[in-house]
Design a protein around this ligand. Structure first.
Ligand code: CAA
Length: 240
């Protein structure tokens, strides 16, 4: 039977490319989204991938959402914690609200996504978890103290859970995308974006599919001994 994969934030941007790549690789895929019903309906119509609406920042919503997915599609074997937001501001202008929203979604949201599926993975002796972090979690970024803190924190979660899950057949890895051509990056002012592209040795933004292929590898049987690792896919912008 095909393995079941859950991709949070899986109907747009990098998440949509991941959902599609996993489906093409033969997995049964559920994609979550937070608010845009229209985009999610269009995504399902175009791809046949089922979408589920919940806020990853809310533990109870995540837990009951995951129960719905498992009732529909069977136990979740693969989790890709991809959902994330930005609330960029220089630190002296960053509000407590901007700090909290990003922490709740990008950091606590990863806990909320993995925690409900973890006991089942342990019981079944198999699991693949991939967390989408960021180059900016590795190096920090102007106006992203909140975002960089969460993405660095995500790597801490990955490296801890890799140690906890290993004996139970679960691998937990991270992908750190660089600047990828998505709505999130296109929202950066053009002048700033051009300056950032100038700092990428590849001289271009990445494509969502270039991240999806990393995830496809990490969840496959070929990656069975890779655990607690980070794949950086950033066009040479940063080495860690
Ligand atoms: N490095 C150095 N200086 C920078 C800078 C940078 N990366 N970005 C902006 N600045 C400077 C500006 O040139 C400007 O300088 P001056 O005051 O001398 O003109 C100053 O910072 C901006 O100050 P403002 O008070 O005008 O800032 P603002 O309140 O209008 O905020 C901003 C503007 C939010 C910082 C905007 O410039 C921005 O969005 N920057 C990009 C931040 C970024 O890279 N975000 C990544 C989003 S994509 C993502 O997160 C995905 C991923 O994982 C890679």
């Amino acid at each position: 039977m095909a393995r079941t994969a859950l991709v949070t934030g899986g109907s747009r941007g990098i998440g949509a490319a991941i959902s599609k790549a996993l489906r093409e690789a033969g997995y049964t895929v559920a994609a979550t989204y937070a608010g845009n019903d229209e985009a999610a309906a269009k995504f399902t119509e175009e791809t046949g991938i089922k979408t589920y609406k919940w806020n990853v920042a809310d533990y109870d919503e995540s837990k009951s959402g995951i129960e719905r997915v498992e009732a529909d599609l069977g136990p979740i074997d693969i989790v890709v914690a991809n959902a994330g937001i930005t609330r960029d501001a220089p630190f002296h202008k960053m509000s407590p609200q901007q700090w909290k929203e990003v922490i709740d979604t990008n950091l606590t949201g990863v806990f909320n996504t993995i925690h409900p599926v973890w006991p089942g993975m342990r019981e079944r002796g198999f699991g693949r978890v991939v967390v989408i972090s960021s180059v900016n979690g590795q190096k920090g970024q102007f106006a992203q103290a909140n975002y960089a803190a969460t993405k660095a924190g995500d790597l801490g979660i990955v490296r801890s859970l890799a140690q906890e899950g290993a004996a139970k057949g679960i691998t937990v890895n991270a992908v750190c995308p660089g600047y990828i051509a998505t709505e999130m990056v296109m929202a950066v002012p053009e002048k700033v974006r051009e300056a950032i592209i100038g700092m990428i040795p590849a001289g271009r933004l990445g494509e969502p599919e270039e991240i999806a292929r990393c995830v496809g590898f990490l969840v496959s049987d070929d990656a069975s001994f890779i655990n607690g690792s980070t794949i950086s896919a950033n066009g040479g912008q940063f080495f860690s």
